[in-house]
Design a protein around this ligand. Structure first.
Ligand code: GDP
Ligand code: MN
Length: 377
């Protein structure tokens, strides 16, 4: 789950990381009021769950409350990378001397969290990572020992941070590490962490990703979820307990079991196709759940064919077939569907689908081949 900048920074503040003392507004007049309270120059920042807001025009400085209201009006009317802006954060403008990147994420290959920093932080960090990877300093953290002082110091040295900032920088690194661990985050990032002209450090931007599988033990974080900013398909999938991830291909995949779903995607690729999604309807899926899954797949306009791959172990094939039929009646799709049903009550399931103009397949390879051909037709 992604958190907004203002939410991430509120969490950072709990861990002693210095943040600007701004507030969130959902109307332009509220933004003006906050600017009045803060006094002086402010920065008005779109709160959307994508990066690159600055480059998209979603971060604007304002010299007066009146100007804050004007830019807030503009920003609140924007869409950034397809996401509507519904809130803005109004922060006192920072006098920036230097922008530093500081982030923690999991390095799966190293099987450890990694703390990364760069003196070349700010909006071009992706470019820096691509063209000058040596400018990103990394240190792996032993999850049992936690972040050690010397590691944070090594990072400070690595990014040529002037010594007067070390103490504060090391405290910020520790705060970020604790926020990362205690929130079960998969990313905790400050970009930029700025050196102010006033000679101290300030976290001007913040981003956190929280592991969905850990949300059950963080009800306060779970409540921060902004469904308005999520892909509607993912919200819908979560409602029905489906594991769904949208991909870029054109063959919709409906499968029971995560391993089988991955295998299905691999086989689709093997036969020259591209899966449109990962979808696990889970064991013992009801007709209602299958119908929801079908609706979700069909909401993707790229989908040109659907491949059902169902192994009826716990899930009964006739239940799945009923779900498919119910969903077909409701959504009335006019794209080809290939079905491979094997296992408990498969015969019964196939009989139910026989009249529904579905292409049936005996083996997974056969099903994948037929789905790829159908999507290309
Ligand atoms: P992002 O583009 O989504 O990463 O949004 P950021 O919050 O990182 O803002 C983008 C850029 O806007 C930063 O890298 C800064 O250069 C600039 N910026 C953001 N806040 C301030 C501020 O308070 N004062 C000044 N001068 N620049 C700011
Ligand atoms: Mn940023």
């Amino acid at each position: 789950m992604k958190l907004h900048e203002y939410q991430s920074k509120q969490i950072f503040a709990r861990y002693g990381i210095p943040i600007p003392k701004g507030r969130v507004a959902s109307t332009a007049s509220e933004a003006r009021q906050i600017a009045e309270e803060l006094g002086g120059r402010v920065v008005v920042k779109s709160q959307v769950l994508v990066g690159g807001r600055g480059k998209a025009g979603g971060i604007r400085l304002a010299k007066s409350p009146k100007e804050a209201e004007e830019v807030a009006t503009q920003i609140l009317g924007m869409e950034i990378k397809g996401l509507p802006v519904r809130k803005v954060l109004v922060d006192p403008a920072a006098n920036i001397d230097q922008e530093i990147y500081l982030g923690i994420t999991n390095d799966r290959a190293a099987r450890r969290p990694v703390l990364m920093a760069s003196a070349a932080g700010g909006v071009d960090i992706e470019e820096v990572a691509r063209t000058h990877p040596e400018k990103i300093i990394k240190v792996h953290i032993d999850p049992l020992l936690g972040l050690r002082d010397y590691q944070a110091r090594d990072i400070a040295i690595g990014i040529d941070l002037p010594k007067e900032y070390w103490k504060q920088f090391i405290e910020i690194c520790h705060g970020l590490w604790r926020a990362y661990v205690e929130c079960d985050a998969t990313l905790a990032e400050i970009n930029p962490l700025v050196i102010l002209k006033e000679k101290s450090l300030l976290a001007v931007d913040g981003k956190m990703l929280i592991d969905d599988n850990a949300l059950f033990r963080h009800p306060d974080l779970a409540e921060m979820r902004d469904v308005d900013e999520e892909a509607p398909a993912e919200t819908e999938a979560r409602k029905y307990g489906l594991s769904f991830i949208k991909l870029d291909g054109n063959i919709g995949c409906m499968v029971n079991g995560a391993g089988l779903a991955m295998t299905t995607m691999d086989i689709v690729k093997l036969f020259g196709g591209e899966p449109a999604n990962f979808l696990d309807i889970g064991g013992g899926a009801s007709a209602e759940k299958v119908a929801a899954a079908l609706r979700i797949i069909l909401s993707d306009k790229n989908v040109k064919a659907i491949l059902f791959n169902v192994f009826g172990g716990i899930t009964r094939c006739d239940e799945v077939a009923k779900g498919i039929l119910a969903a077909m009646a409701e959504v009335q799709p006019n794209i080809p569907m290939v079905v491979r049903l094997v296992g408990t009550n498969a015969e019964e399931g196939r009989r139910l689908l026989a009249d529904a103009k579905m292409i049936t397949a005996e083996t997974l390879a056969d099903a994948a081949r037929k789905a790829v051909a159908a999507a290309q037709a």
